[in-house]
Design a protein around this ligand. Sequence first.
Ligand code: PGA
Length: 262
Amino acid sequence: MINFLPSMRKKIVAGNWKMNLTREAGTILISEVVNMVHDEVNSHVQVVLCMPFPYLGFAKKLFQSRANIAMGAQNCHEKPLGAYTGEVSAPILRSFDVDYVIIGHSERRQYFKESDEQLSEKVQQVLANHMTPIFCCGESLDMRQNGDYIGFVKQQLTKVLFHLSAEDFSKVVIAYEPIWAIGTGITASAEQAQEMHAALRGHIAAHYGATIANRITLLYGGSCNAKNASELFACPDVDGGLIGGASLKSREFVNVCKSLPV
Ligand code: PGA
């Protein structure tokens, strides 16, 4: 038994608001989600709300100390401090009680040209500051149709994560988000999600061993909503979801959280 591992695989539903919702609407959404999660969602499901930076200064107060709701950011800089105007570091996030940080979302890779090397530094910064990285990976439509899409996503893990010690790696949450499914309304089928998740778990097992591979949380993301979540979350290697559009309405998001079997 490896003593730093949790006894069970963590089940997580994380909402990724992206660059949406101004203060009033966002505050109402947080309060509604907090109350509904308390009343309706099994306490073994970890709910994470990844909000734009300004919310992180006050959102935690609205969580009413609920143990299964955590606060997440959507990015951080790869350096711990310095002259990087407009950026936010991992130590700053931690000092505002942030628990999770999304790293390597495909929108950041595409629009902000984030490289694997940068992402690898960001993951280390998040871990060094005692937060959990939600590391995103996933292939483009062209790669899915014409390439070795499974090999491509495995490589993303190898390049960004596999230099970590076993202990550090076991603290990372991985989100498989096929780019062709993000914000398109075209979700991966349960078979497609399970195929990739099983392949990634096997890839992790080959590098870190089966015990660690079995405890790692693998989320699915990409047009996941209250209608399709049950089928996706029923897959044996899908441990929850990273939810974009469907996290912007409290009823819809909480229904996604309730779809996760525990
Ligand atoms: P979507 O986004 O649910 O709106 O497709 C998911 C994500 O990008 O994290």
